[in-house]
Design a protein around this ligand. Structure first.
Ligand code: NAD
Length: 261
């Protein structure tokens, strides 16, 4: 599988799943536009290391994915610096956990903006170039929570279900344009986003992190182990391959059996 000469934008790729996907796409030869928050020196080092390790060009743009103007500027910067946006991975996401009656309005608005609306704005900006080149891959990182619910995650579950719906609409609109649009729906992946939830649970219940890791998995996933960012990266690379050229509009579970129950 070679993505040599192609360019990929991966939102939220300074950490966790996005970083795993960026590394996998770079490993397949794609030039990469990184995005996400973090320490400037650490991000500069990440860029250099990724470029050297995979012999690809690696740019960075710090667009805040809650801001449509900055999202449009991110896509424009990638087109200018890397020549095109052939692969768009909408991955940036945040979480907040509370019952609906006490869910803060600003957390609802932020989660809908970053986990759902950002994908709309990025796709809107990137699709014209993909159509003009008759080739594109859009991969939206949804979740098992794009297919089923959990208590206390109103905004996240609503955003991820919305993202799966948006994926289907885009797939239908782009069906004969050489552009596929799919959603990856992971179960538990041990990243900072989930480590925070585990630490909060351990604090609340006065138990250990190890105990809560086990309990978190046992509550939802028949398979009692975490998926890795590398495994999600490998699935993203597959979706970019010719073998996957008729997979479109699909929510693809990688969740240890979570939604099979
Ligand atoms: P993470 O916290 O490790 O990484 C999130 C990334 O998004 C970081 O790079 C962060 O800087 C970036 N980000 C956050 N807000 C941003 C903003 N406003 N603008 C730009 N970048 C921003 O989280 P993760 O677990 O790797 O999650 C990545 C995606 O995978 C999310 O969409 C999440 O919902 C989804 N997901 C995660 C899991 C899991 O178990 N970890 C499961 C299913 C789906």
């Amino acid at each position: 599988m070679s993505l040599k000469g192609k360019a990929a934008v991966v939102t939220g790729s300074t950490s966790g799943i996005g970083l795993g996907i960026a590394e996998a796409l770079a490993g397949a030869g794609a030039n990469i536009m990184l995005n996400g928050f973090g320490d400037a020196a650490a991000i500069a080092k990440l860029r250099e290391e990724m470029a050297a390790r995979f012999s690809v060009r690696v740019s960075y743009n710090g667009a805040d994915m809650s801001k449509p103007d900055e999202i449009r500027a991110l896509i424009a910067a990638a087109e200018k610096e890397l020549g095109s946006v052939d692969v768009l991975v909408n991955n940036a996401g945040i979480q907040f956990v509370a019952p609906i009656e006490s869910f803060p309005d600003e957390k609802w608005n932020a989660i809908i903006a970053i986990n759902l609306s950002a994908a709309f704005h990025a796709m809107k900006a990137a699709i014209p170039g993909m159509k003009a080149r008759n080739w594109g891959r859009i991969i939206n990182i949804a979740s098992a929570h794009g297919l089923v619910a959990s208590a206390q995650k109103a905004a996240y579950v609503a955003a991820k279900h919305g993202l799966v719906g948006l994926t289907k609409v885009a797939a239908v609109e782009l069906a004969n344009s050489g552009v596929t649009v799919n959603a990856i729906c992971p179960g538990w992946v041990l990243t900072p986003l989930v480590q925070k939830q585990i630490a909060d649970r351990a604090k609340e219940k006065h138990t250990s992190v190890e105990q809560e890791e086990h309990d978190l998995l046992a509550e939802k996933q028949p398979m009692l182990r975490f998926t890795t960012p590398q495994q999600i990266g490998a699935l993203a690379v597959f979706l970019c391959s010719d073998a996957a050229s008729t997979i479109t509009g699909a929510p693809l579970s990688i969740d240890g059996g979570w939604v099979a129950q």
